[in-house]
Structure formats: structure tokens, C-alpha cells
Ligand binder design. Structure first.
Ligand code: AMP
Length: 191
């Protein structure tokens, strides 16, 4: 089973590259951001709890996202493999994911970490906000906060996966195809 963590700051291109990886390798895609936005659109209790955090660019609680991930993995155990996009984002989430996958005997194969310069991230997010109207992409203060939250709370996970020898840094600047080719080279090595 091919299990990947697709990692990187907001605007690094995780969603775009996830779509291409899924198509090529037939993996099941888990984006906690997409799941949370669906909960908000459906006006569920969970969505209402998450909304205030997301609007500010803060992380929602570990408990909430870990519960979401646990339930979707349980329901998709027969998949070819998983791609985690935007999860884990904290050490507690990474540990919870490892424990769950250990129980199922399907460990993470690699963390594909997209590396993009800060100004490029801001430019991409501002552009995406204009096209999608996503509230957290439409406010420069929220964009800056998300990048800071990433640097403080999420980037340390690079060390967590390096310690497991699973970190694969990918230069995330250039065309979508160029970046995808670099990702595929790494996937082929762990497949
Ligand atoms: P994303 O679509 O991945 O950029 O996520 C959008 C927002 O959803 C983030 O800014 C967080 O508020 C929230 N979110 C998504 N995934 C997580 C996660 N794994 N842990 C905590 N908050 C998350």
C-alpha cells in the first residue's frame, strides 16, 4: 500500500499536486481542509466548531481533525493507498496517525515536502482567493498568519519524519508539470 503525506506551507500546491498523484497512482485523497470546509457548508456542529479557527487562520483542535481522520481511514481500509494533504499539522496529529496506521499495519511510506519561497506563497494564495472566494485566502492578514502558524506549529514535523527517514524535500517552484515530475521520481523510489 502506498501511503503518502503531502506536506508544505499554505499555497505550496498540495491540492494541485494531490490531484495529479491520485490520478496516476489511484490513491484515496484525504484533505482535512476540504473535509472541514464541507462540514461548514453542511452547517454541522463540527463545522461550526471549526469555522472560527479557520477564519482566523489558526489550526482547529487536534482532537477534532484526528477524529475525522480516524473515521475516514476506517471506512477506506480497502484503498490502494492514501494521500494525506494538510494533515498532520502538529506533532500530536503525526503521532496519532502513526499509531492508527501501525494498528492497521499500513505505515506512511514518505513525506513529500513541497518547498516554496514565501513571496510566491503569498502571491499564489492572493490569486487563489480572487478565483475561489475562499475567505481565508481573501485577507492578507489571515494569509500571513497561516504562514506563521505553519512555520511555528507544522514545519517542525519535517524533523519528525526525517527521524523516520521518510522526509523527501521537493523544490516546489516552476510549472505544475515540472514539480509533478520531481514528486514522481521520489514516489517511484518508495513504491
Ligand atoms: P487547508 O485547506 O489545508 O489550507 O486548511 C484550511 C484551514 O483548515 C487551516 O487554516 C486550518 O484552520 C484548518 N485545518 C485543515 N487541516 C487541519 C489540520 N490537520 N489541523 C488543524 N487545522 C486544520
Amino acid at each position: 500500500m502506498l501511503n503518502l503525506v503531502l506536506f508544505g506551507p499554505p499555497g505550496a500546491g498540495k491540492g494541485t499536486q494531490a490531484e495529479k498523484i491520485i490520478e496516476k497512482y489511484a490513491l484515496k485523497h484525504f484533505s482535512t481542509g476540504d473535509m472541514l470546509r464541507k462540514e461548514i457548508a453542511d452547517k454541522t456542529d463540527l463545522g461550526m466548531q471549526a469555522k472560527a479557527f479557520m477564519e482566523k487562520g489558526e489550526l482547529v483542535t487536534d482532537e477534532l481533525v484526528i477524529n475525522i481522520i480516524n473515521s475516514v481511514i476506517e471506512r477506506n481500509k480497502e484503498a490502494n493507498g492514501f494521500i494525506f494533504d494538510g494533515f498532520p499539522r502538529t506533532q500530536a496529529q503525526a503521532k496519532a496517525l502513526d499509531e492508527l496506521l501501525l494498528k492497521l499495519n499500513i505505515p506512511i511510506c514518505a513525506m513529500i515536502s513541497l518547498e516554496v519561497e514565501k513571496q510566491e506563497l503569498v502571491d499564489r494564495l492572493v490569486n487563489r482567493g480572487k478565483l475561489s472566494g475562499r475567505p481565508d485566502d481573501s485577507n492578507i492578514d489571515v494569509i500571513e498568519n497561516r504562514i506563521q502558524v505553519y512555520n511555528n506549529q507544522t514545519a517542525p514535523l519535517i524533523e519528525y519524519y526525517k527521524a523516520q527517514n521518510k522526509h523527501r524535500g521537493i523544490y516546489g517552484m516552476g510549472t505544475i508539470e515540472e514539480i509533478f515530475d520531481r514528486i514522481c521520481v521520489e514516489i517511484e523510489k518508495v513504491k
